[in-house]
Design a protein around this ligand. Structure first.
Ligand code: NAD
Length: 248
């Protein structure tokens, strides 16, 4: 339970869904966890949700697409703790827009949150990870094939996350930093519930080899493993966690 004792972690998109579950998995194993989110939870509430005291968590309002906000949030955290061990980039949006209806603004926003936000946070995190670090990015099955429910911008963004992950894995390996991506399938979060009506969701998961929806904690366990010492030899990987959805 104290695997991450003394370590500091940032989880973007940590107010909801898999980000929140990842924050929980890291906090439970002893990390101090900072949640960076557009809609950050109230600190006491977050500490209660993560079952830790309020001095073990931070809840910071950040739009990951805004470089000034990202820089300020990292600076404040690093002034307080003078170290960063783990970065989990879980912030994401997935509008279900048909290609013909995707406006330029929406295209840019989807790329901005999923890709540019990941870029900006990696940029701040890397110099702070001295001699050892773990970055876990959120791609998707949409990063391996195409998204069934979200639009072409989302598919494009999640493919791009894999490119960034692999490039950084290559360049940061010698600095003791691993960079990996998780590729979840259908996971029971507000995002998935908003994208798919109950009937469609039930039909989709019934066809999986593991015929059910995935739970956020299951992805969080994978994130915690990738963030741990036990995963020191895994880097540049894009790991599927989807109930076997991609088996043909
Ligand atoms: P969610 O909607 O429950 O949580 C996403 C969080 O990101 C929210 O708290 C939201 O406020 C935050 N966020 C959005 N835009 C932001 C911004 N600009 N700056 C800071 N925070 C922002 O979603 P989830 O399902 O938990 O998704 C987590 C990640 O997993 C996303 O990257 C998503 O694309 C990916 N994903 C989800 C599924 C799924 O089935 N739910 C499948 C594959 C991949």
């Amino acid at each position: 339970p104290v695997e991450f004792d003394g370590q500091v972690a940032i989880v973007t998109g940590g107010a909801s869904g898999m980000g929140l579950a990842a924050a929980h998995a890291l906090a439970r194993r002893g990390a101090i966890v900072a949640v960076f989110d557009l809609a950050p939870p109230e600190l006491g509430e977050l500490a209660a949700t993560l079952s830790v005291s309020i001095d073990r968590v931070r809840s910071v309002a950040v739009d990951v697409t805004d470089s000034d906000q990202v820089r300020a949030a990292f600076d404040t955290l690093l002034r307080q703790h003078s170290r960063l061990d783990i970065l989990v980039n879980a912030a994401g949006i997935a509008p279900p827009t048909e290609f013909a209806d995707i406006t330029e603004d929406e295209w840019h926003r989807v790329l901005a949150v999923n890709v540019h936000g990941t870029f900006l946070c990696c940029k701040q995190a890397l110099p702070a990870m001295r001699g050892r670090g773990r970055i876990v990015n959120f791609s998707s099955t949409a990063g391996k094939t195409i998204s069934t429910a979200a639009g072409a911008h989302y598919t494009t963004a999640k493919h791009a996350v894999l490119g960034l992950t692999r490039h950084l894995a290559k360049t940061c390996g010698p600095d003791g930093i691993t960079v990996n991506a998780v590729c979840p399938g259908l996971i029971d979060t507000p995002m998935a519930r908003t994208l798919l009506p109950e009937g469609e969701l039930a039909r989709a998961v019934a066809a999986f080899p593991v015929p059910r929806i995935g739970q956020p904690w299951e992805v969080a366990e994978l994130v915690a493993f990738l963030a741990s010492e036990r995963a020191a030899y895994i880097t540049g990987a894009a790991i599927d966690i989807n109930g076997g959805d991609l088996i043909v």
